[in-house]
Design a protein around this ligand. Structure first.
Ligand code: SF4
Ligand code: SF4
Length: 107
């Protein structure tokens, strides 16, 4: 199986810049907004265009080699349509600012 080469809109790295990470997360939480990271594993993508055609937020566009590129990462609603419908499992969607603290009731 080929190694997965990853391409993503790089999120803030909490390891390198924790203050900025938490400030941004708090601001987004106050506004009730969530941001997501789209990862495309180029080696697995066959360029079918499903993700480009059906993303409701028009996050992707097709480049010359027919693999998708991420043009509008902040518009992603996290619906995961692309992740569930990619025939090659070449897309992964994650929270950009996940809550890393455990809640008291364990959820
Ligand atoms: S749906 Fe999957 S295989 Fe098709 S273009 Fe998008 S990432 Fe590539
Ligand atoms: S999760 Fe939904 S909105 Fe985000 S890129 Fe995928 S299809 Fe588009």
């Amino acid at each position: 199986m080929p190694e997965r080469k990853k391409k993503s809109n790089s999120p803030s790295d909490p390891e390198q810049n924790p203050d900025s990470y938490w400030e941004t997360k708090q601001k987004l939480d106050k506004r009730g907004k969530k941001l997501f990271v789209q990862q495309i594993f180029e080696d697995w993508c066959k360029g079918c265009g499903i993700c480009v055609a059906f993303c409701p937020a028009e996050v992707f566009e097709q480049n010359k080699t027919s693999t998708p590129t991420i043009k509008n990462p902040d518009a992603c609603t996290g619906c995961r349509f692309c992740e569930f419908h990619c025939p090659d499992f070449a897309i992964s969607i994650h929270d950009r600012y996940p809550d890393r603290r455990k809640k008291k009731n364990g959820t």
